[in-house]
Design a protein. Sequence first.
Length: 393
Amino acid sequence: MLAATARAAGDLDLAEECVQEAYVAALGAWTRDGVPDKPGAWLTAIARRRALDVLRRRQVLRTKLPLLVEPEAVEPDEPDEVAVPDDRLRLVFTCCHPVLAREAQVALTLRLVCGVSTADIARAFLVSESTMAARVTRAKKKISAARIPYRVPDSAELPERLDAVLSVVHLLFTTGHTAPTGVDLVRADLVDRAVHLARMLHGLMPDEPEVSGLLALLLLTDARRATRTDEQGRLLRLEDQDRSCWDRTAIDEGHRLVVEALRTGRAGRYALQAAIASLHAHAPSYAATDWPQIVRLYDALLARWPSPVVALSRAVAVSMVDGPERALAEVDALAEDPRLADYHYLPAVRADLLRRLGRPTEAADAYRTALALVDNATERTHLTTRLNTLPPP
């Protein structure tokens, strides 16, 4: 609906408004007359008609309002491009336009297509909500000012948009895997949507190792979903989870995919993350995990993706190989990175390392710092429990 309306309106903000107005109209009309045979086409037609009415009233259809519309009309109930058969995936590719900066592509798509809030997108990019809101607004304005044709890319254009599309699906999954806000640890709707998109993407581009790597990463990570909380909804750390309850079918599929991706010799950050997840999934216990191999994989991952979040995860693995004191030095160095200033996992990891080193007073301070930054109720309860069960100094 959004894609078709944007082509008619030539303006993403107006398209969003008209789509919402179409939903409101449907609430009245469908309650009165019943749901039509093609509800998607009905909604799209209403949204497009509203957009065109607004443009006519403004009388600036081709003079004062930059258009994204393609010259040829497209029927709302017909597919835009057979190269991308899935509706939502098609719109993801459409919004990831290469004229925009990559972060802008990803943020705009997460907001418009995936329904992720601006605040949650900001957390994923380690920036403030106001900064992310400004980026999304600038991206919309750039689309209008540059008169960028708003159309579904053809098959030849898909590769240049692939990296941004992969980032969208990965961040959508991450936001659902551990919800930044709310009561529940997992937003299953976002997780399932991300896995669906990854499967569709793999069906579309099965020979791309990073596509296989991303699907593998999502399957291997989500295989633990049922064991991440106990019956009371309390968070369970990886070392405390019942591995016999992990989804072995998903693990086997994910492992096969990651092996295929690594064999190509073109493995990138998603395949490497999937390889780490596979090692965790196949380890008989937390302590018996191949931690030296995981550290080596993190080294390779950092070479391809120098992210402070990756470096923090690597420090946890280092603590299992070289001890918590060595890892603490790495975490303290990461604390100087301003991108992690509001990232609650940094003080949480630091607190656990201090706990293992027998420094409860410093650990308590770190737990309190993490609690001041966390917004998810399940994670907050977990950190509070960790704080309250510290041994006396």
